[in-house]
Design a protein around this ligand. Structure first.
Ligand code: MN
Ligand code: MN
Length: 303
């Protein structure tokens, strides 16, 4: 199977970036410091962040990246998901690990790890996507936890992080007739929780994405900013940290583009019963009889 060199490189940088995360994430460390160090590392290795580094803590399942003047720190005893994306010329890898600071979370975290392992081990050409959901769900529920049913993995294409097909984390009949095909790229990302297994939208993630480049009649300057955002990030998510004081003068301008529906602002995703959440993710290339993990996330944290 032909894997583009740029995609291999993205996966390799992603692996190193997660190892860096593991070495710097400690109780009391500032989230802003963690995100910036990882993002700068990716750039220093010749890649670009495919989205802002996500640092989602405890009941926040996903979609939090520090804002420009963030002063939050890693809380003691917490469960921390570090989700990192890398792209090289638009070839994207997407991977996440969970780091925990109290041994009582070990089984929860292990359940997400072993779910990712099970999913990768069965992925191959022709596999119904619902079978991934079955395997993930079995691993997590057998350890006394719940998979999060409304968070899924996703197909990846060049410059397209969420390219149509989703990969369920629960048995799901609607995915019975959708099958993996050789050469397709998928992010597989089981989430497990001691809560109800469902997330809702919460506060600001500080993560944005251009969703329309339609000109703004009232302002030539705003249209120009919009075009520059698109030319820089295409449809990939970006942080306010990356653009304010550079492409955009101030946060209000970014908020104006959100109100005009040219830019989407993501919400945090929070476990409905405030259960704690663990996640592991890797990006795979589907082969005839197996699948190739691009990041090798499972090797970063061993149980
Ligand atoms: Mn991810
Ligand atoms: Mn993903």
């Amino acid at each position: 199977m032909q894997i583009p060199e740029d995609l291999r490189k993205a996966g390799h940088i992603n692996n190193e970036a997660l190892k860096l995360a593991l070495s710097i994430v400690e109780e009391g460390v500032e989230l802003l410091d963690i995100a910036e160090r990882i993002e700068n590392f990716i750039i220093s290795r010749g890649g670009f962040p495919a989205f802002p580094v996500n640092i989602s803590i405890n009941e926040v399942a996903a979609h939090y990246s520090p804002c420009i003047d963030d002063n939050k720190k890693i809380p003691p005893g917490s469960v921390v998901k570090i989700d990192v994306g890398v792209h090289v010329n638009g070839y994207i890898s997407d991977a996440a690990i969970t780091i925990f600071f109290n041994r009582k979370w070990k089984n929860l975290v292990y359940s997400a790890w072993s779910a990712l392992k099970a999913a990768i081990s069965i992925a191959h050409d022709g596999l119904p996507l619902s079978d991934i959901g079955k395997a993930v769900s079995r691993e997590i529920t057998s350890r006394g936890f719940r998979p999060i049913e409304n968070l899924t993995g996703h197909k990846i294409e060049r410059y397209n992080l969420h390219a149509g097909k989703s990969v369920p984390n629960v048995p799901s009949i609607e995915f019975r007739f959708l099958r993996m095909k050789t050469g397709e790229i998928y992010a597989i990302e089981p989430f497990s929780t001691n809560g109800i297994g469902y997330v809702n939208s919460g506060g600001s993630s500080h993560i944005y994405r251009v969703v329309s480049t339609r000109r703004l009649k009232k302002s030539k300057e705003l249209s120009h900013i919009l075009l520059e955002l698109w030319n820089t990030y295409k449809g990939l998510p970006f942080s306010e940290r990356w653009v304010i004081g550079k492409i955009i003068d101030k946060k209000e301008t970014l908020e104006l583009l959100v109100r005009e529906k040219r830019v989407h602002h993501y919400s945090m995703l929070i476990e409905d019963k405030r259960g704690f959440v663990a996640q592991f993710e890797d990006t795979i290339v589907v082969g005839e009889s197996d699948s190739i993990p691009l990041v090798n996330t499972l090797e970063i944290i061993e149980f």
